[in-house]
Design a protein around this ligand. Structure first.
Ligand code: SF4
Length: 389
């Protein structure tokens, strides 16, 4: 009852309202004013406040990374045990009418390679290939082309994928709540939507054409998906677009809100870094390896029960080093081209270059060697979702 009351009262507001209380200048000054003593205090606490988060994200936490790592490791073991789940993406289409300046699929990216949308038999072929490799957890992706890839097409693709996999999620354009509900009816479990950056001015400069230009509609999309019944929700920022410390602060606020408004859904965060971009664009605010580590540790300490996903955007060596720092899901054997597993090989346009091209078996071996149990199916997360914890 208490949770339902919280959900109702928070649903009377939007995340825009929460963000309005924490404009960029306020967040920056909180982070800048944090002292080494604030970092130590934040480390010692069990329940951490936004002030603690700011201290953990501040430059003064850099010399304390080892202590942060130990606490992150302890919390992850406590909440997730020794398991790391495996997933992989299936790109359904690389047709896109939007112009996000950092993306290889953007309509004005200058890329001339083949653009395709998979038909039913091609989707089945991709699913069969990945099911044979052992995957049970799949993320379906498209660009933003609702005429070529309408909601009905995505709903049908979800239903097809559910014939092969225990868990199907989507990372597609933002939808209305009723549209998410249609996907859930066809077997959808999860929705991932990266805000890319929560800074409205940077957002406007990065998204030039298409529905994705609408910051407000995207900001609340993942909450609409949760309220429509999606039981796994994924969020993230694209590291490289804006000051990572400030974006991470807003991302953590978003996560805390979703834990209350969508308490029946299991939440996860991804940490995509803009490592490869189209020739016309250079990332203005890249995070270094050490900064990415700090970000993950700070968020683990602030959000101990949230899953952390690590994609093949990062190099094998770096991914291996990140495993004990709070990672709970890893992608493996990924292709970012539609039809990349069985239909078109390398003929079609890819969204971005992957750095870790090891086979799933090789990634499994690395996870085992690090002392974890790789799992194809994330029963734990399903349990958490059902129990609403
Ligand atoms: S990020 Fe998504 S919407 Fe934007 S150009 Fe790439 S595929 Fe299209």
């Amino acid at each position: 009852m208490a949770s339902a009351r919280v959900e109702r009262s928070m649903n009377d507001t939007t995340f825009q309202t929460d963000l309005a209380a924490w404009p960029r200048a306020r967040v920056e000054s909180l982070i800048e004013q944090a002292t080494p003593a604030d970092v130590d205090r934040a480390l010692a606490r069990e329940d951490r406040s936004l002030e603690d988060l700011a201290a953990l994200l501040s430059p003064h936490a850099q010399p304390r990374l080892e202590a942060l790592a130990q606490e992150a490791h302890r919390l992850t073991r406590w909440h997730f045990g020794r398991t790391i789940g495996l997933y992989t993406p299936i790109y359904l289409s690389n047709v896109c009418g939007a112009d996000c300046v950092y993306c290889g699929y953007a309509v004005r990216s200058g890329n001339r390679e083949k653009r395709v949308t998979l038909n039913e038999s091609q989707i089945r072929s991709e699913c069969e290939t990945l099911a044979r490799r052992g995957f049970q957890n799949i993320l379906l992706l498209t660009g933003e082309a609702p005429r070529v890839v309408p909601v009905q097409y995505i709903a049908d693709a979800v239903a097809i994928a559910r014939e092969y996999f225990a868990s199907v999620s989507v990372e597609v354009y933002s939808m209305q709540r009723e549209e998410y509900a249609r996907l859930v009816e066809r077997g959808l479990e999860g929705v991932t939507i990266y805000m890319e950056t929560y800074d409205p001015e940077t957002y406007a400069r990065m998204h030039l054409i298409g529905a994705k230009k609408n910051y407000d509609f995207r900001l609340d999309a993942v909450e609409r998906a949760g309220l429509a019944g999606a039981r796994k929700l994924g969020i993230g920022v694209l590291l490289g677009l804006f000051r990572w410390r400030v974006d991470a602060f807003w991302l953590a606020m978003h996560a805390r809100r979703l834990q209350k408004t969508c308490w029946q859904s299991a939440l996860s965060i991804s940490f995509p870094r803009l490592r490869h971009t189209p020739r016309r664009f250079t990332a203005p605010a890249m995070a270094s390896d050490r900064e990415l580590v700090q970000l993950m540790l700070a968020l683990r300490l602030f959000l101990p029960e949230v899953g952390f996903n690590l994609s093949t955007r990062e190099t094998p060596e770096f991914r291996d080093r990140l495993i004990p720092l709070g990672v709970t899901m890893m992608s493996a054997g990924s292709s970012t081209r539609p039809g990349g597993y069985s239909t078109y090989g390398e003929e079609t346009l890819e969204q971005f270059e992957i750095e870790d091209s090891r086979t799933p078996e090789e990634v499994l071996e690395v996870i085992r060697r690090a002392g974890y149990d790789p799992v194809w199916k994330d029963f734990d997360r399903a349990f958490h979702a059902t129990a609403g914890v």
